[in-house]
Design a protein around this ligand. Sequence first.
Ligand code: HEC
Length: 134
Amino acid sequence: MKKPVLLFLLAVTSTAWSAAPRDLAEAYAAEASRQAPGFKASPQRGAEFYAKRFAVSDKMPACSACHTDSPARPGQHAVTGKAIKPLAPRAEAARFSDPAKVEKWFRRNCTEVLGRECSAAEKADFVSFVAEGL
Ligand code: HEC
């Protein structure tokens, strides 16, 4: 993720201190549509991305390897066994409310699972899927 996007996210949310997951998804979608005009976030694509096995890492093949088949369920770290709270904001209210934290974990987890950072489009789809039903 490039710095300007994070700064943009922080600027968008600085008045409220915390960002609603929808605002975050919209900010990622806006970034993605600069690269692909007409882009719209898709919860369906986000769901496929969430479950997809990237085969880059044996221990961390997919997001679901630690976050389980459902983002609304508590997860467990595939390597350390540490408990992970649910990713879905409907199950864990603090999720996707802190852009800096979200960016940190996208960077870390995408690099481990995909072998690269996630694109703005992938993040927009992912957040719109995980925040579904909110
Ligand atoms: C190796 C285990 C593991 C895998 C695989 C994994 N994550 Fe995570 N993820 C974590 C941990 C640990 C945290 C931070 C602990 C916490 O906040 O409960 C986290 C937190 C996050 C957060 C922060 C959400 C918030 O607002 O608090 C995002 C976003 C995220 N992960 C996205 C992903 C994506 C996208 C993938 C797949 C590309 C993925 N994760 C795969 C372990 C994992």
